[in-house]
Write a protein that binds this ligand. Sequence first.
Ligand code: GDP
Ligand code: IMO
Ligand code: MG
Length: 431
Amino acid sequence: MENSNTGTNTCLVGLQWGDEGKGKIVDILTEFFDIIVRYQGGSNAGHTVVVNNEKFVLHLIPSGILRKNKYCVIGSGVVMDPRQLLEEITELRGKNIEVGGNLRISEIAHLVFPYHKKLDELSEGEKGDEKIGTTRRGIGPCYTDKMARTGIRVSDLFHPEYFKQRLKKVVEEKNKIFVRLFNADESSWKEIYDEYCEYAEQIKPFVCNVVAFMDNAVKSKKKILFEGAQGSLLDVDYGTYPFITSSSVTAGGAAVGAGISPKQIHRILGVMKSYTTRVGSGPFPSELNNELGEHLRKKGGEYGATTGRPRRCGWFDAVAVKHAIMVNGADSVVLTKLDVLDEQKTIKICTGYKFGNKVYDLFPTDIAALPECQPMYKEVSGWQKDTSMMRNMNDIPSNARNYINTLEKILGIKVEMLSVGPDRGQVVNLV
Ligand code: GDP
Ligand code: IMO
Ligand code: MG
């Protein structure tokens, strides 16, 4: 993507419920940046990049890793599962991707432990119909411990006696919960301790003081790309609470999670899909529980990159995306998966919600209303042409151009890039 903005530090953030195609776009933009930073979330993320028919799914490591001579940083705001990280490194190296001095991990990132995953599993099981539908990667329990000040951080691994005492205490507490609340088995602190001491040795070369690293990067005028995980509607504050993830997904979270001043983030780039998907429970006003929803799932390959679960599909929800654009202060957007709509005769855009006598054109904060909201649609004509081969602005069918322009008008934002297929090369620049 050749444009005048690419020299400035950019935060890329999902504007829907995740899986907007962030990984693919980060991979493309990486060419114009020096450092790519994940600032929140953990291995609940699944970012897919396809290069020459080879598919890579990244969970913890930034999607910039596929390009040579770039630094990839796992920031302090990420919850880091070392087992997952090491698996990912092995997989990448198996595909001849270099992972060594180009990867940095914050020494103050919190660690995900097996008891976090067990707790995630048990509490989801307990909730029945009320379950969030988490990825069961221990994300909520790990962030809970962080805020409760009972978490264990990467740097603790390098102080074995301190680590042992802290772990013993935490596992003792967790065991009370496992046994008394869930009637489940106890965990062994010793097993975890031995396992994590092994990991410590293996991750040691990557661990660094990220604050100093980022400060140095800023001073030496390196270009930084912040890679958001999840989507703005899963944000712990601004998402569809309680059906959210446990981190600050939105651009505001990037400074804190990366350990950098907000002054160093110059541009916010949103990524949105041409329709909407959601995995897990929670309100989704424009959901299509019909054949068309099935078709979008099939054509779009809408199955979780982390869990394999089928994603719920629906029309583009402009009410929800407008909210996300506001809360992020997005400057412009990338529109992905346009090709998935190629067959449609008419395409709908949700422009408002009806709730009893009320009409919402702003995303309701009243969470009780949201599940009852009925979508109000604007209809546009489809283009019924294959767009997956388009590479130039002039190739865009006029009805597709009309769909893009209509979205731009409703949302009040410029679409600067289109994605028309999973491969790195399947893009059209609009600026
Ligand atoms: P992320 O979590 O935002 O990185 O997105 P995911 O990787 O979870 O989901 C996006 C899926 O759509 C992946 O399978 C991508 O390979 C695929 N994808 C990305 N962009 C496009 C596109 O423009 N068209 C099509 N058909 N697939 C795409
Ligand atoms: P990427 O980065 C889509 C959803 C889960 C669940 C809720 C809470 O690939 O876009 P968690 O495991 O985080 O406690 O689950 O959030 N979720 C995602 N949905 N894409 C993701 O990441 C997600 N990460 C979490 O399905 O509804
Ligand atoms: Mg994903």
